[in-house]
Design a binder for this molecule. Structure first.
Ligand SMILES: [Zn+2]
Length: 123
C-alpha cells in the first residue's frame, strides 16, 4: 500500500496509514483503529507538540496584527483588544485539530517511537 503524503493526511485529519479514514472520533480524541484500513492508531500520541507550534505561530500572528493595527491606524485599545483577542482564540481553536493530526502523521511517517535505553550511545 502506498503511504499517503503526511502533510495532506495531517491537514485533512485523515488516517496517517491509508489517508482515507477519519483520525479523530471526537473533537480531539484519536481513534483506536482506523475505520478504513483497520490500522492500529492506539499508540498515536502528539503530546504537547501541536500546542507549541500553535503558540508560536498564532502568537506571532496575533502580536504582529496587534502591532500593525496600532502603528498603522492608532485605534483605541478596546477596539484592538476586541479584534485580536477573539481572532487569536479562533485561530488557536481552529488550528489544534490539523496540527495534532499533522504531528501524528509525522510520527507515523518517520516511524517515531518512545526512546529506550538501547537508543543511547554507550560511553
Ligand atoms: Zn487508515
Amino acid at each position: 500500500m502506498n503511504r499517503p503524503n503526511p502533510i495532506l493526511s495531517g491537514i485533512t485529519c485523515r488516517c496517517p496509514v491509508c489517508g482515507k479514514g477519519p483520525l479523530f472520533e471526537g473533537v480531539l480524541k484519536v481513534r483506536k483503529q482506523c475505520k478504513s484500513c483497520s490500522a492500529d492508531l492506539s499508540k498515536a500520541e502528539s503530546g504537547d507538540g501541536p500546542v507549541v507550534f500553535i503558540l508560536l505561530i498564532v502568537g506571532a500572528i496575533g502580536c504582529g496584527g496587534l502591532l500593525y493595527t496600532e502603528l498603522t491606524f492608532h485605534p483605541p485599545a478596546w477596539v484592538e483588544l476586541s479584534i485580536w483577542i477573539p481572532a487569536t482564540i479562533a485561530l488557536s481553536l481552529g488550528a489544534i485539530r490539523p496540527f495534532k493530526s499533522l504531528m501524528i502523521a509525522a510520527q507515523f511517517h518517520f516511524h517515531a517511537s518512545e526512546a529506550k535505553g538501547s537508543d543511547v550511545a554507550p560511553r
